[in-house]
Design a protein around this ligand. Structure first.
Ligand code: FES
Length: 677
């Protein structure tokens, strides 16, 4: 008689096993992805499977009712205590008795896929560095003296085939009471080094730990620090949060922080302390929001630009302020949370910082490369990640170039007269009627447009407080499309634009979007200074992209991915009207949300991605904008809306920009303006 045939779905893996083989053992032998924390002891329930009954013509088998051993007492006990979906079995308890088809539901798969929203992006396959393992440890024996830790290590080797294990002092201090409390059975959180170094016990609990572990993906930006709290088994984001980077008080942009470090002895230490405290606060607040203890967070992945990288690690960034912009280290960094004074995380928590690409192109750009994978693209893709600095990648399978461009914080709503962070009450969408030049807008936290009935009541709690990054991009682009602003970026007066909303503001004009001053609310305008700030920011962005295109010898790209802290809300059409990005078919311009944050999340959830991005970064060719003479030329030409020289034929197919000029000779804020086409 031949052994019964077992077919696992969805993998399709199959094999024959002797009668009485537990389903979990068969899965392991076939390399089927079936989870287990307790090692088959019937207590963790992670190994749940759904056996099928009946004829499976696709597989050519008929499954009889007795194909698995009868429901046993261990399964019943688990079901009584915790509940289990009808039809499910514990893979470690159910034995194979006849031909059977066994489905492994997603929640029982270790390497489950976390589906990302962005259509073009790859899904994340769960394989985190830290996992839980339940072990039963031999009791001490006076006749065979050995340490408790050595017996724990031996148990991990015997029961889980894991060797070369270390633990820090914090764990050693907990080890003896925990082993005794758990009657020599414990669950350990074990972290694996993706470079093959020793595994490390990060924490341990008596008996079986059922609660999940958490990791954090942190995007440490110059202006804001954003974090996702991720459940390490499922990849689910359980909370997301952001705080302002407290270093802002030392200077708004990176170079002013580097000069603060240069001019003030001890300035770098002060800034290091500030950013670490800010990060600690963010960790505590995010954990509280999710209702967990911050010490349940055992890992964090941090992405940041090179200056933040050095300041966070406590390395003086002075070398990054001058050519040749040498990094202390460009390699990825793995270290303990305590080494960088993070006190809220688990004391043994491990931190991973992605590699930097170069002195101006940091781990945040590497994270964008990990998330958007230009190195796997068949067509030529331009990826821009807009923050206080824009990280720009251009390339395809053959070659990828990268640079960073100093856009300043205008796209994040900073340095804008009515600008604010993306928070309830902030204008995030706006349209301006090209005939009447009347605006209508939407604020964060309300689904209604401002001209819809009920808007005032719906926004009564928050008010209309300012304009966030995506809002200012739309506002300026809409002003350009409505002829309120001309190609040179000049706001017209009431006579030129035909609307009283264009009001005098010193020697220039400002466009009034919303006025609640009579009710004690805000008066929200876009001023000439705001337009200028957006022009500077977008010129830097465009010039960086052009420089990479020059380097590659191309004058157009196949597609554009627009990413940034302003999330998925950015309107690609408005970005194109502003000339933030080179002309491309609008349907091939996509918005990827916070790609650096997503890259951090991928590195947190998948250990192989760490090795992968380290390898990719070595191959990325980096272009230094600061010393490239053509950058200035591109920058000047890019000041016009959308551009002084470069044609935008794809944009012209969908938008007709009015040919207006508001330059009346003496006006313009006392500033001399460049002529533009
Ligand atoms: Fe833990 Fe089956 S492996 S219950």
């Amino acid at each position: 008689m031949t052994d019964p045939l077992v077919i696992f779905t969805p993998s399709g893996k199959r094999g024959r096993f002797p009668v009485g083989t537990p389903v979990l053992s068969a899965a392991r032998q076939l390399g089927v992805d079936l989870d287990s924390v307790c090692g088959g002891r019937g207590i963790c329930s992670k190994c749940q499977v759904a056996p099928g009954v009946g004829t499976f013509s696709k597989h050519g088998v008929t499954v009889e009712p007795g194909a698995l051993s009868v429901w046993n007492a261990v399964e019943q006990r688990y079901k009584d205590k915790r509940g289990m979906i009808d039809g499910r079995r514990l893979g470690c308890q159910a034995q194979i008795m006849g031909d059977v088809v066994v489905d492994v539901p997603p929640e029982s798969q270790v390497h489950r896929q976390v589906v990302r929203k962005a259509a073009a992006a790859r899904d994340i396959v769960m394989d985190p560095a830290t996992r839980l393992y339940y072990v039963e440890v031999a009791e001490p024996d006076m006749h065979e003296p050995s340490g408790d830790f050595e017996r724990l290590a031996a148990a991990l080797e015997k029961q889980w085939d894991i060797r070369d294990i270390r633990a820090g002092l914090d764990v050693m201090r907990k080890l003896q009471p925990t082993l005794r409390k758990g009657a020599w059975a414990v669950t350990v959180a074990l972290w694996r080094d993706h470079r093959g170094g020793p595994a490390e016990v990060l924490d341990l609990w008596p008996g079986l730990r059922e609660a999940p572990l958490y990791g954090m993906a942190i995007d440490l930006g110059s202006t804001t620090i954003a974090a996702h709290l991720v459940e390490l088994r499922t990849g689910a984001v359980v909370a997301s949060n952001g705080v302002m980077n407290p270093q802002i008080r030392f200077g708004e942009d990176l170079m002013s922080r580097v000069s603060y470090a240069m001019m003030n002895p001890g300035g770098d230490t002060e800034m290091t302390r500030a950013v670490r405290e800010g990060m600690d606060r963010l960790i505590a607040e995010t954990a509280a929001e999710a209702g967990i203890e911050a010490r349940e967070i055992v890992e964090a992945v941090v992405v940041c630009n090179p200056v933040m990288h050095h300041l966070f690690l406590g390395i003086d960034p002075v070398e990054l302020g001058q050519a040749p912009f040498a990094l202390a280290t460009s390699d990825a960094v793995t270290l303990g949370a305590r080494e960088v004074d993070l006190r809220e995380l688990n004391p043994a928590a491990r931190l991973y910082l992605l590699p930097c690409i170069a002195g101006h192109v940091g781990a945040d750009a590497a994270a964008v490369a990990l998330s958007e994978a230009p190195d796997r693209s068949d067509d030529l893709v331009l990826v821009v990640d807009v923050g206080t600095n824009a990280e720009i990648l251009l390339g395809n399978r053959d070659r990828v170039l990268a640079c960073s461009s100093p856009t300043g914080p205008a796209f994040e709503g900073a340095q804008i007269s009515s600008g604010q962070r993306a928070a309830p009450g902030a204008i995030e969408r706006i349209t301006i009627d090209p005939e009447t030049r009347e605006p209508r807008f939407k604020v964060i936290g309300c689904d209604l447009w401002s001209d819809e009935p009920g808007f005032t009541d719906a926004t009564a709690a928050t008010g209309v407080t300012g304009i966030c990054g995506s809002g200012i991009i739309e506002a300026v682009a809409e002003m350009r499309m409505a002829g309120i602003v001309d190609a040179a970026g000049l706001i017209g007066g009431p006579a030129q634009t035909g609307t009283a909303r264009c009001e005098a503001d010193g020697r220039t004009h400002a466009y009034l979007i919303h006025d609640a001053s009579a009710e004690g609310g805000s008066r929200i305008t876009v001023t000439q200074g705001d337009i200028r700030a957006i022009q500077l920011a977008k010129s830097a962005l465009y010039a960086g992209a052009r420089l990479l295109m020059d380097e590659l010898g191309v004058d157009r790209v196949d597609r554009v991915v627009l990413a940034g802290a302003f999330g998925a809300h950015i309107s690609t059409r408005h970005a194109m009207v502003l000339g933030m990005i080179p002309d491309a078919p609008l349907e091939r311009v996509t918005s990827a949300g916070n790609a650096a944050g997503t890259g951090a999340r991928i590195a947190l959830c998948n250990i192989a991605a760490r090795a992968g991005i380290e390898e990719t970064v070595r191959r990325i060719h980096k272009v230094e904008t600061a010393i490239e003479p053509r950058f200035q030329e591109h920058f000047v030409n890019a000041s016009a809306l959308p551009h002084a020289v470069d044609p935008f034929p794809e944009l012209a197919r969908v938008v007709t920009l009015p040919q207006v000029s508001h330059n009346t000779g003496g006006e313009g804020g006392g500033r001399r303006r460049r002529r533009s086409a």
